[in-house]
Unconditional design. Structure first.
Ligand code: HEC
Ligand code: HEC
Length: 313
């Protein structure tokens, strides 16, 4: 059974890679296809994982491909896929700010305030759960949530699918990427997830020092800082640094006392909202510290302005 599935998948991939016979024959029968110019072939794309990051297993079903990346980039930056036509994923996850924004709290459609700070999307492929409270376990299900979320893009599922299915550019790109058939929420999730698997950050001076053993990559004071970070200050207990790679997160949830009112009450219950476990009150996922100078302000509520203030905290 497994071998059969693999053979079918391989056929699909080959088919996408070299121009699809089935599509051509469909075109002869179906006037809808006949009226459109033939689809351009899709080609696989090799993503080189930077030094300092673990290997990535790209799903057999969804290898990175030329048409796929064109589609995914378009979906990610398309403001017309929000309720008021003003917000895209890229509005909040802006590459200029390491795929975050420079706001304390995100602003969604109709200038509505989100309750949390936008996290960077660098290296999200390695996360075991998504969002500050880890409420979503897979990258595919996470990827469609922002389109539908009233604090972000606020489109009803049917409206999102209608806008995509009515658009001939999206029809072509989805068909080149996934083969024929209507555009579904599942395909949108798979497309965005494939894009997220390419947002990688590594190969920094730190990575050359840590993973390649290049002792001269860091200055003396930077190397002493790293020693402090890993050993004496024990930051790396949570912001983990391995020998071969470093993600700067343990993927776990901790309460650091951020977001407490003057009366000592929590403004956001964090992980507790997912588990209903008292120990998780006010606990949030450890964020990565890569590209940290570009992602200010800091913490789940964006309440700390500068890195110096985080260290004091
Ligand atoms: C209005 C601003 C806004 C928009 C638009 C937006 N996001 Fe986000 N994103 C956020 C915020 C805020 C969070 C944290 C939410 C939470 O933890 O509850 C987040 C979290 C995420 C995460 C989880 C990261 C992690 O570290 O767990 C991913 C992945 C993500 N968004 C991808 C997307 C994609 C893909 C889109 C478009 C479909 C999108 N976002 C649109 C603000 C936004
Ligand atoms: C017990 C685990 C733990 C330890 C130890 C720890 N952190 Fe964190 N760190 C977190 C968590 C969790 C957050 C997010 C807290 C929140 O938003 O409520 C965080 C947030 C941060 C942020 C803000 C990142 C952002 O994108 O908002 C910085 C910077 C930071 N930590 C640096 C450090 C440094 C430096 C040390 C050592 C002195 C350290 N941390 C020790 C768990 C930890």
């Amino acid at each position: 059974m497994r071998r059969f599935t693999l053979r079918v998948l391989a056929a699909v991939v080959l088919c996408l890679a070299c121009g699809c016979k089935t599509l051509e024959s469909l075109g002869k029968l179906d006037p809808f296809h006949q009226s459109r110019p033939p689809l351009q072939p899709n080609r696989p794309v090799v993503i080189v994982v930077p030094v300092g990051l673990p290997r990535i297993e790209y799903p057999v079903m969804d290898p990175p491909s030329e048409a796929g990346l064109e589609l995914e980039r378009k979906l990610f930056y398309d403001k017309s896929l929000s309720a008021d036509g003003q917000v895209s994923c890229g509005s909040c996850h802006n590459p200029r700010y390491a795929f975050s924004d420079n706001r304390s709290i995100a602003i969604g459609v109709g200038f509505k305030k989100h309750r949390r700070h936008t996290p960077s999307l660098f290296n999200v492929v390695y996360l075991k759960s998504f969002f500050w409270d880890g409420r979503t376990p897979t990258i595919e299900t996470q990827a469609v949530e922002p389109f539908l979320n009233p604090e972000e893009m606020e489109l009803a599922e049917q409206e999102l699918l209608k806008r995509l299915n009515d658009n001939s550019i999206y029809q072509d790109l989805f068909e080149r990427t996934f083969g024929p058939g209507p555009i579904s929420l599942l395909k949108v999730g798979r497309a965005i997830a494939t894009f997220e698997r390419t947002i990688l950050s590594g190969h920094s001076l730190f990575d050359k020092f840590n993973s390649l053993g290049n002792r001269r990559a860091l200055s003396g004071s930077a190397a002493r800082g790293l020693d402090l970070f890993v050993n004496r200050a024990r930051c790396a207990v949570c912001h983990q640094v391995g020998k071969e790679y470093a993600l700067f997160t343990d993927g776990l949830f901790h309460n650091l006392g951020v977001g407490v009112t003057a009366k000592g009450e929590l403004r956001d219950l964090g992980r507790y909202e997912v588990t209903r476990n008292d120990a998780d009150r006010g606990a949030f996922k450890t964020p990565t510290l890569r590209n940290i100078t570009q992602t200010r302000p800091y913490m789940h509520d964006g309440s700390i302005e500068s890195l110096a203030d985080v260290i004091e905290f």
